[in-house]
Ligand binder design. Structure first.
Ligand SMILES: [Zn+2]
Ligand SMILES: [Zn+2]
Length: 419
């Protein structure tokens, strides 16, 4: 059978424009049901469901568990291997992470590794370059072109039986831990079956989903870039607050295998606190941290870059290498023909327009015209400020051949000639 040439293949749906006739082919209906249709149904049901205080407390508690399943489990443990977890902890994280209804560990981590590897490019599955809403959730609502798939190595995940089990049984996992378990706790616990389903189940996972999606959108759009500004990741406390500490995203993209996102003790990173606590009780080990020296190097380099950018916008005078080289005698001749030139540290400065404004008065500045005023300027008459040095450099017009202390050499030459 003849091999199909690429040109003979039907173009992928993503290569066709979205029209009224074909839009439903563009939609990934499984994802859309799980992140839009069911959650919207939950919002409608909430209008008809009384919220009990105890159910609200349970929903918030389960939000933390399932949120941690994603941040401490899917993200920091499986996608980045920033620490090691015992089997019971891995099973717990796989179950509650599944209850966050965001895909299996295997699927999520492979996308996330592609996001780190190909950040802001066409192979980044949730590139913010395609817009904030695209990076937030449209990348899941719309089908993706397989041509743009960023390849990643997930062989380590395939060797973890917990990951493989969760991937194989993902449908049951989301049904049980996304909906049935939270409903069962509220139903058996205090008889609130409906509230358990609507609030601790659906609305809670809607909230965890949206919070996690903020890491892909908000954390690439809002905030500071203290470590590197070549790509989009940013640090912001608001993102940290909604994502259980994943908001220090500029740091995270620079140091992805660090189990922390926030490195200061006062920053909000409950995911880090949880992992640290699990270590204390023997459930987690080998927590990875980048050396403070390496982190500070990144911070200083970024600061330096910002300073250099600011510096480049200012007028520092003509660079010395671009000034004409002038003989001492020509310098004297020019001053005698009326130009107010002063030589300081081997550089000629035209002070004609500055004489009137000189804070020390006209007389003192005029006394330096046609002379090497280096000593006068640097304390001989007055020790000028840093600001005065800066201002002076904007008046540069030439460099004296032979450098600075020419007048002294000439004086010495005269003396030796007399002798
Ligand atoms: Zn990111
Ligand atoms: Zn990450």
């Amino acid at each position: 059978m003849a091999k199909t040439e690429p040109n003979d293949r039907k173009p992928h749906i993503t290569e066709q424009a979205i029209t009224l006739g074909n839009w439903h082919h563009h939609v990934n209906w499984v994802n859309t049901s799980l992140i839009l249709i069911v959650p919207l149904g939950g919002c409608v049901a909430a209008f008809y469901t009384k919220l009990q205080a105890v159910t609200a407390a349970w929903a918030i508690m389960y939000y933390f568990w399932t949120g941690l399943g994603i941040t401490a489990g899917y993200h920091r443990l499986w996608a980045h291997r920033s620490y090691e977890a015992s089997r019971p902890l891995r099973i717990f994280l796989a179950c509650v992470g599944g209850g966050a209804v965001q895909g299996s560990i295997r699927w999520w981590s492979s996308k996330h590794r592609a996001h780190h590897r190909w950040t802001d490019t066409v192979k980044d599955p949730y590139s913010v370059m395609k817009g904030v809403w695209y990076s937030h959730f449209m990348w899941m609502v719309l089908k993706q072109n397989p041509k743009n798939k960023g390849r990643t190595d997930i062989s380590d995940l395939n060797e973890d039986p917990v990951v493989v089990w969760q991937h194989r049984n993902y449908g049951s996992v989301i049904l049980v831990f996304g909906v049935l378990f939270p409903m069962l706790v509220a139903g058996l616990g205090w008889g609130d079956w409906k509230g358990g389903l609507v609030y601790a189940g659906i609305l809670r996972f809607l909230f965890v989903q949206q919070a996690t999606f903020c890491v892909n959108s908000l954390a690439h759009w809002l905030g500071e870039q203290p470590f590197d500004d070549r790509n989009s990741p940013r640090d912001h406390v608001v993102t940290a607050l909604v994502t259980l500490g994943e908001g220090y995203h500029n740091f995270h993209h620079e140091f992805p295998s660090d189990y922390r996102n926030a490195i200061e003790w006062w920053q909000y990173d409950p995911t880090k606190w949880s992992i640290w606590t699990w270590k204390q009780v023997g459930l987690a080990s080998n927590l990875k941290e980048f050396r403070a020296n390496e982190i500070e190097k990144g911070r200083v380099q970024q600061l330096q870059k910002k300073v250099d950018q600011k510096r480049a916008k200012l007028d520092w005078g003509v660079p010395l290498g671009q000034l004409p080289v002038v003989d001492w005698d020509d310098f004297i001749a020019e001053t005698q023909s009326g130009k107010a030139l002063v030589a300081i540290a081997g550089v000629i400065h035209d002070v004609t327009d500055f004489i009137k404004e000189h804070p020390g008065g006209k007389t003192l500045i005029s006394s330096g015209i046609g002379k090497d005023a280096t000593a006068m300027f640097n304390g001989g008459v007055y020790m000028h400020s840093n600001a005065a040095h800066n201002l002076l450099s904007t008046m540069r017009v030439g460099v004296i051949r032979g450098g600075g202390d020419v007048e002294i050499w000439r004086h010495q030459n005269k003396q030796s000639a007399i002798a």
